[in-house]
Design a protein around this ligand. Structure first.
Ligand SMILES: Nc1ncnc2c1ncn2[C@@H]1O[C@H](COP(=O)(O)OP(=O)(O)O)[C@@H](O)[C@H]1O
Ligand SMILES: [Mg+2]
Length: 342
């Protein structure tokens, strides 16, 4: 997933298994396109074939990957020219440079396929697309922000998309506004479960919420941080710097535990229909910049990018393992005579 990874080539004969379908649904602009671009890069560097279906009127994802391809090709050309120049002078070529070229060429060769479809078109062509890309590992669907009609009911294509998906991610930003959305989404899922069971079928889609946080907006608990400080010496500049570094690290730990507590609380309220992934989506300033340049967080090597990668890798792992989890059991409630299934 990072540049030290071994690139495993895919077997020539794909496993007899259809692509796994992952849809991202939220009716507010949160982080879907950005997270999808980064997730896709993580998957690509694990050797996965990925199809992205961009159903947004504004094809951000498609533009991102086109831009990314161009950026990557330019970088390959530039780095190859550097290698040639060094070799012409009889000078050593650094392994980092060679690795970068290999990494970029791998990225180009395995780059995801992005197609743009309206939700309506996707709905009509879903079987065709699934067949056409059956040897892909993942089909990721980016959904536009507007998923409810004027009466606040989910448009029918959304309901069908949820039913057809193996996994649905519902991203929320950790603020009050999201509770409203979360209630709506939970009721959609509840309806779908009810419909599936009353038709004698099963609801096999797993729905997982993804809580997004901006650490810059989370105030660390000062008392807690001071209580945990081990460095007390302030007599020299070096000692003060070390103490500040410890304080900063403790603040980060405190914010992290606040995020995890919020995830847990969300799970207590909405876990029945959209159990949260056990990893926060952390907002870092490195994201927008990289995205605009056509680069995902995995292309950058700065310390802040590495932090963002480490954090996002946990999200990736949580998403991938969610595919293997059992779907939630559909409970029969008191006024339903439906039997329990999962
Ligand atoms: N993890 C993140 N850290 C920082 N900024 C982010 C992150 N994810 C998204 N953003 C920014 O938030 C805005 C909305 O993100 P976007 O992915 O376009 O949302 P959506 O697809 O849900 O509408 C963009 O400006 C994007 O750069
Ligand atoms: Mg978007």
């Amino acid at each position: 997933m990072n540049q030290s990874v071994n690139f495993e080539t895919k077997p020539l004969i794909p496993a007899l298994q259809a692509a796994k379908i992952l849809a991202w649904i939220s009716h507010k602009s949160i982080c879907k396109s950005t997270a999808i671009a980064n997730l896709t890069h993580a998957l690509v560097f694990q050797g996965m074939r990925v199809l992205i279906v961009d159903t947004d009127g504004v094809p951000t994802i498609q533009m991102f990957f086109e831009q990314h391809k161009e950026e990557t090709e330019n970088r390959i050309a530039k780095n190859k020219a550097k290698v040639n120049a060094l070799q012409a002078k009889g000078r050593a070529v650094s392994q980092t440079l060679l690795d970068q070229i290999e990494y970029d060429e791998f990225a180009i060769e395995n780059r995801p396929v992005v197609i743009a479809r309206s939700l309506h078109e996707l709905d009509a062509q879903f079987d065709v697309i699934k067949r056409e890309y059956a040897n892909f590992d993942y089909i990721i669907v980016d959904v536009p922000a507007k998923v409810l009609d004027s009466k606040n009911n989910p448009i029918k294509e959304i309901k069908r998309l949820i039913s057809f998906s193996n996994l649905v991610i519902t991203p929320y930003k950790g603020d009050n506004q999201n509770a409203v959305t979360a209630v709506t989404v939970s009721s959609i899922i509840e309806d779908l479960k009810y419909d599936a069971v009353s038709l004698g079928g099963k609801f096999n889609t797993k729905v997982r919420s993804l809580l997004a946080f901006e650490p810059a907006r989370i105030k660390a608990n000062a008392k807690e941080v001071s209580a945990n400080l081990t460095l007390t010496d302030t007599s020299t500049t070096a000692a003060r710097l070390a103490r500040n570094a410890e304080r900063k690290a403790l603040k980060e730990i405190d914010r992290n535990s606040q995020m995890m507590a919020d995830i847990k609380q969300f799970g207590e309220v909405f876990g029945e229909h959209q159990m949260p992934l056990n990893a926060p989506l952390v907002f870092r300033s490195v994201y927008p910049n990289q995205f605009n340049k056509g680069q995902s967080i995995y292309n950058a090597t700065t310390d802040s990018a590495k932090l963002a990668q480490t954090e996002f890798n946990l999200v990736v792992d949580a998403i991938l393992s969610a595919f293997d989890e059992e779907p939630e059991a559909v409970e029969a409630s008191e006024n339903q005579t439906i039997t329990i299934t999962n």
